[in-house]
Design a protein around this ligand. Structure first.
Ligand code: BGC
Length: 467
């Protein structure tokens, strides 16, 4: 084998390829200045959302006030819908500074259920819960089981266990759900199955993640999801929630920002033709613009669009694509993880496996694989920088940027994309200096959304019983 140098630039023979790649790098870059502009706009949009309904950032009051102490006890169910799977869990909260045990089961939500009637989806969820609880015997059913429902879509909340779906995201599109109370629909499905279960709390996954992490680390201030979708929540002072119409005996409340919709007006985000193509062909064009640049449902498709563009210019694969690569959503974001983790510079064998064995591209050269890896790096880096911008905007809004604070994060993008967390931290350092690392900490809260829902079910149940 000829001896070659494997940095990308050394392997590129033609000036036109160099030029194309440089253009791509520029397009997918988010400069520090641009990030500052994004943060500024983010803060403006946050204020609008706190002021009135109908703003781009929904800034939804969650009805969650106060923080768990880690002393909470009891057995509670959680039902978690919104990512790739449906999860049913039973938590045994043991207090003693955050001790608990959990039993859980995952169920796959078929594409058919995701776009069928909401009633069928609710029946499916009730079946899964039925299956889960029947495994441990019926003795517990004499008294109603209390359940926290993590429903990770934009919901206009009207109480701790009340809320109407505003619109679907992340590829879900069930009929008969928008503008309807999702708790009532789920509760009806339990009734149809004669299940003695009470939905005590309706919880966004960001809020669940924040609660779960706070149960373990009380200094937590923000909950973030970087998974199939993306979003964040944080504690806001009641005086800051101008649109709040109910009374308040508490100082602050968790606000679900629904940041995935940030910049739907396309004022500040650096959108490329690959993003535009994805958006145009999605089931929710012009919506969730920020989410579409960051989260797991979409990143692979951005990469695919960029690859296809280079194939058409005969820069990749000698101009040959494949049926699988040509298919919308054909390149799953999970493949990006494999490609980014491929450190075998001499062969890029895992990248070759993804391209040739999974996506059935007839043949690839090492240079092809280097270019594909580079595209993945650019798309992932941009997502990390934008995620950091969102977090920085919230920390600036609350003033926590100058104080020690912990950001609880969950989701496959954060957990599995190599280098993602480091790039987020680097972006914060770029913006606020190296000392930011001493103040702001990221904490992975794996599967926290269900756990948080169980904690909130407990709090809500106790409150109802004592009132
Ligand atoms: C939803 C949010 C959710 C996020 C992460 C978004 O698509 O609108 O409610 O928190 O995904 O799952």
């Amino acid at each position: 084998m000829a001896s070659v140098s494997y940095t990308l630039s050394h392997r590129l023979p033609s000036a036109s390829i160099q030029e194309t790649l440089q253009k791509l790098s520029l397009e997918l870059d988010v400069s520090t200045d641009r990030i500052r502009t994004i943060i500024k706009q983010f803060n403006i949009e946050m204020e609008k959302g706190l002021d009135h309904e109908g703003a781009t950032l929904s800034m939804i009051p969650s009805f969650v006030t106060g923080r768990p102490t880690g002393m909470e006890t009891g057995r509670y169910l959680a039902l978690d819908l919104g990512g790739t799977n449906l999860r049913v869990c039973e938590f045994d909260l043991q207090g003693q500074g955050g001790k608990y045990s959990v039993r859980q089961q995952k169920y796959i939500v078929s594409e058919q259920l995701k776009s069928g009637e909401m009633r069928y989806l609710c029946d499916f969820m009730a079946d899964c819960v039925d299956n889960f609880i029947s495994e441990r015997g019926a003795d517990h059913l004499v008294e109603a089981l209390q359940l926290g429902f993590t429903f990770s879509f934009p919901v206009f909340q009207t109480g701790i266990n009340r809320g109407t779906l505003m619109h679907w995201t992340k590829g879900y599109n069930c009929t008969g759900a928008v503008n309807r109370d999702v708790v009532v629909m789920l509760q009806d499905a339990f009734l149809r199955k004669n299940l003695n279960i009470h939905v005590a709390a309706l919880v966004n996954d960001t809020v669940g993640t924040l609660m779960a992490h706070t149960y373990l680390y009380p200094e937590t201030t923000i909950g973030v999801i970087l998974g199939s979708g993306t979003n964040a929540c944080y504690y806001e002072k009641m005086t800051g929630i101008k649109k709040w119409k109910y009374g308040s005996d508490f100082d602050d409340m968790v606000i679900n920002t629904e940041w995935g919709a940030f910049d739907n007006e396309r004022r500040v985000l650096p959108l490329t033709m690959y993003d535009n193509k994805l958006d145009r062909e999605s089931i929710n064009p012009r919506q969730q613009v920020f989410e579409k640049m960051i989260s797991g449902v979409y990143l692979g498709e951005i990469v695919r669009n960029a690859i296809i563009y280079l194939v058409d210019q005969r820069i990749l694969f000698d101009g040959q694509s494949s049926r699988d690569l040509n298919k919308q959503w054909g390149l799953e974001t999970a493949y990006m993880t494999t490609i980014l983790a491929d450190n075998d510079a001499f062969t890029l064998a895992s990248t070759q496996h993804v391209l040739q064995d999974i996506l059935m591209v007839p043949s690839t050269t090492l240079q092809d694989r280097q270019v594909v890896k580079h595209i993945c790096e650019l798309v992932a880096r941009r997502a990390a920088r934008l995620s950091a911008a969102g977090i920085a905007a919230i920390l600036s809004h609350t003033g926590d940027i100058d104080r020690p604070s912990v950001v609880a994060i969950d989701g496959s993008i954060y957990e599995f994309l190599p280098g993602f967390e480091a790039q987020m931290l680097d972006t914060l350092k770029e913006l606020f200096g190296d000392t930011i690392e001493d103040r702001v900490k990221f904490g992975l809260m794996k599967d926290g959304s269900g756990f948080g829902a169980a904690i909130l079910a407990m709090v809500a149940h106790r409150t109802t019983r004592s009132s």
